[in-house]
Design a protein around this ligand. Structure first.
Ligand SMILES: Cc1cc2nc3c(=O)[nH]c(=O)nc-3n(C[C@H](O)[C@H](O)[C@H](O)COP(=O)(O)O)c2cc1C
Length: 321
């Protein structure tokens, strides 16, 4: 890999989503490979005490990195958690030789800078079956499963559970203190979530409630969609390996959605609280471990959130040792 190819790939990697925009990743690059590490100092102790969501975020960065290298015509080989004794070392991506770029890889790579978490109201317009199928296939491609919650009884049970989890976190002082530390009040702050990224207050309370980042009282209330499409991403097991896999699958789903003009936001309270995560698993027949809950639909353009520059999160070594 040339240094320009690596730079392009790392710029794509850091555009991945992460809870509260914590960006919990570090990279080490050589001309032969790029390693991705979990930055432990950026794990959220209250929302994510075991680092599950941080590993998911690194998995998303890894998918972006892979897609960018592929879109540049490089053949890519990946190994997850290459060394059992170094749990922070999440993956090594080797690039060697050239390989023709497939159309879907080009499409996914092009979607990377266009994907943003959309917490604003969606239009009341269903996501067609063909798009749902495409999103399910995107998850399967990366070894995870995306379950659309489309049976009415299951939908209301899942929505109820997500509401309960959201209310629990809203009343949890430690959770709210942690969240407040990640609200980016300074417009030049390169991590955290600016309150501009949050949605307006709902005119009437919607079925599922979104996480609130900072003061939204300045925004005019708006009606949210009646029934957003809810989708749960599941993995077979719940190991660190599965979390990195889940992150890649989540990001492939999000990029595929972006390419179809489908917006997404997260409803993570339900999988962050152990009790609601267990209930959600049971509601989905105990078949797999819920990792990510998404709200999908058709939204309107939204501003992007900032990232720390590549130079701050990566080191480049001229030659592999
Ligand atoms: C694993 C994970 C969980 C997340 N959970 C939530 C959530 O519950 N609510 C929310 O509004 N955003 C959630 N986010 C979205 C992040 O806040 C968002 O990715 C970050 O602020 C960067 O913004 P962007 O996605 O627009 O680039 C989550 C992201 C990840 C990767």
């Amino acid at each position: 890999m040339t240094s320009q190819q690596i730079d392009t790939a790392l710029k794509a990697a850091v555009l991945a989503p992460s809870p509260h925009n914590t960006q919990p990743w570090l990279f080490e690059a050589t001309p032969e490979h790029v390693d991705i590490f979990l930055d432990e100092s950026r794990i959220l102790p209250v929302a994510d005490p075991h680092g599950r969501e941080a590993r998911i975020s690194c998995g998303a960065a890894l998918l972006n990195l892979r897609m960018s290298l592929r879109a540049q015509g490089l053949a890519v080989h990946m190994k997850l958690l290459p060394d059992d004794t170094r749990p922070l070392w999440l993956a090594r991506v080797r690039a060697s030789g050239c390989l023709a770029v497939k159309p879907d890889e080009r499409t996914l790579a092009a979607a990377i800078p266009c994907r943003h978490t959309n917490r604003r109201p969606f239009r009341d317009e269903p996501v067609p079956g063909a798009v749902r199928k495409l999103l399910r296939q995107a998850a399967l491609h990366e070894g995870a499963r995306l379950v659309m919650i489309d049976q009415p009884a299951r939908y209301s049970a899942v929505a109820k559970l997500l509401r309960l989890a959201e209310f629990t976190q809203r009343e949890d002082v430690e959770f709210q203190d942690e969240l407040a530390r990640w609200v980016a009040i300074d417009p030049e702050r390169l991590d955290g979530v600016p309150s501009l990224a949050g949605g307006p207050p709902p005119l009437t309370e919607p079925l599922v409630l979104l996480r609130e980042y900072g003061e939204n009282s300045g925004k005019a209330p708006r009606e949210y969609e009646q029934e957003p499409l809810l989708a749960v991403l599941l993995t077979r097991q719940d190991s660190p390996h599965d979390h990195v896999r889940a992150g890649q699958a989540m990001q492939r789903v999000l990029l595929a959605a972006t390419a179809c003009d489908v917006s997404a936001s997260f409803l993570s309270a339900g999988v962050e609280l152990p009790s609601t995560r267990a209930s959600l698993r049971a509601l989905l027949d105990g078949d797999g471990h819920p990792q990510v809950v998404l709200r999908l639909g058709y939204g309107y353009p939204i501003p992007r959130t900032l990232r720390r520059p590549v130079g701050e999160v990566s080191t480049c070594v001229e030659h592999a040792q």
